[in-house]
Design a protein around this ligand. Structure first.
Ligand SMILES: NC(=O)N[C@@H](CC(=O)O)C(=O)O
Ligand SMILES: [Zn+2]
Length: 436
């Protein structure tokens, strides 16, 4: 593996974890070398004024869809990396449901190399669990794990590995390889034709319901499979109150299960469907207010480990048709942090240390990254994000860096802004612009 480039920068007047008086943070060759006041930038180092902003470890997204290869009209590794850097991310995990599917090391290594070439964020390819996401035959996980990309997470996301025996084998195989399986928990026999949360809104609007049991039955099944296999399992985009209770139970039993929640499942509920606007169509579907509340509490108390965006770009023509025909998925990279501020920081459920935990530290731990999600201390790698906690802005899909516009937060006011992102000492984004 080639050594990645590093940079030197002086971040002036920042508040690590939003605590105390502003300090300067000096980064030399990608490593934090000094934290104090009145520091001067060595020759060649850039100086960025943090204006008293909150300094956090760079965010790590375990669930991003970059659409390259195959649908470069909707997102590329470059455009998605740009959105990620502007959103405060220093690492993203690019899901395998590309065309061709990332079920072999040629694809995963190419995604890895392209991410490095762009250089705005570390792009970690996720390998498919099964060949072609077909759910029938295990993919060559060992080859992908052993390739240049060193794939560390596998998922058929977009589809569930619904065959229990195959899932059991995948968990056993992954354990041997020391990698993680992330499950899109959806029992497909319960969601035939389903497009909206099963509940009063779906009934009223005549939309086919996606029952909670479709998610929860797979969550509990996979917890038990992981228990028996002595394996770790990660649950993608948890969306229901019931899933929270099952995760709580499984964790109490000592089962090695982790889970993520998306910003949209923290903030939005299925009453939005009354507009019939397919912009609000997503998998799993937007649920109910009680689910939003349960998911927020679960994130605050650690039952849900982290926030993941499920950034899912789609072309305008795939989002403007009938609700039932539209593609599911919504953008997320540039709005994730402000939504965490809105739903957790403002109500007092999380402080900035907690934000660092759910956006950076836990996701890095889950995939065993040793250079991300690290404490802001001398000697640590400088993957960092500066947030202006009071700079509000209005979301305009057309102005986001993604090649697609499908944000459900159009025209909403976001309460906070990522101002600077630093990857190994290289400023990748500052004041709304990427640097490369
Ligand atoms: N979440 C979605 O609604 N869509 C994702 C797939 C997925 O994450 O399940 C996509 O690839 O578009
Ligand atoms: Zn999914």
């Amino acid at each position: 593996m080639t050594v990645p480039p590093t940079g030197s920068v002086l971040l002036g007047a920042v508040r690590p974890y939003g605590e105390g008086e502003p300090v300067d943070v000096l980064v030399v060759d990608g490593v934090i070398t000094e934290i104090g006041t009145g520091l001067t930038a060595p020759r060649g180092a850039e100086r960025i004024d943090g204006n008293g902003g909150v300094l956090l470890p760079g965010f790590v997204d375990l669930h991003t869809h970059l659409r390259e290869p195959g649908r470069e009209d909707t997102e590329t590794i470059r455009s998605g990396s740009t959105a990620a850097a502007l959103g405060g991310y220093t690492a993203v995990f690019a899901m395998a449901n590309t065309r061709p599917v990332a079920d072999n090391s040629t694809v995963t290594d190419n995604v890895w190399r392209s991410g490095r070439e762009v250089g705005l964020v570390d792009v970690y390819p996720v390998g498919a669990v099964t060949v072609g996401l077909g759910g029938k035959q295990l993919a060559e996980m060992g080859m992908m794990a052993g390739g240049a990309a060193g794939v560390r997470m596998f998922s058929d996301d977009g589809k569930c590995v619904d065959d229990p025996l195959l899932m059991r084998r995948a968990l056993e195989y992954a354990t041997g390889l020391g990698v993680l399986i992330a499950q899109h928990a959806e029992e497909p026999r319960l969601t035939v034709g389903a497009v909206a949360n099963e509940g009063p809104w779906a009934s009223r609007l005549g939309l086919a319901g996606w029952p909670r049991a479709a998610e929860e039955s797979i969550v509990i099944r996979d917890a038990l499979l992981a228990r028996d296999a002595g394996a770790r399992v990660h649950i993608c985009h948890a969306s229901t109150e019931g899933t929270v209770e099952l995760l709580r139970w499984a964790k109490e039993q000592g089962i090695a299960i982790t889970a993520e929640v998306t910003p949209h499942h923290l903030l939005l509920d299925d009453s939005l469907l009354q507009t019939y606007d397919p912009i609000n169509k997503v998998n799993p579907p937007l649920r109910e207010v009680r689910d939003n509340e349960a998911l927020r509490r679960a994130l605050a108390d650690g039952i849900i480990d982290c926030v993941a965006t499920d950034h899912a770009p789609h072309a305008a023509q795939e989002k403007c048709c009938e609700f039932a025909q539209a593609k599911p998925g919504m953008l997320g990279l540039q709005t994730a942090l402000p939504i965490v501020v809105e739903t957790l920081v403002k109500p007092g459920l999380l402080d900035w240390r907690g934000v660092a935990r759910v956006m950076s530290e836990r996701p890095a731990e889950i995939v065993e990254l040793t250079d991300q999600g690290r404490p802001i201390e001398v000697g640590e790698p400088a993957n960092l994000t500066v947030v202006d906690p009071d700079a509000s802005w209005v979301v305009r899909g057309a102005e986001l860096a993604s090649l697609s516009d499908n944000t459900p937060f159009e025209a909403m006011t976001m309460p906070a802004t990522v101002t600077t992102t630093v990857l190994r000492g290289i400023v990748t984004a500052h004041d709304g612009q990427v640097t490369r």
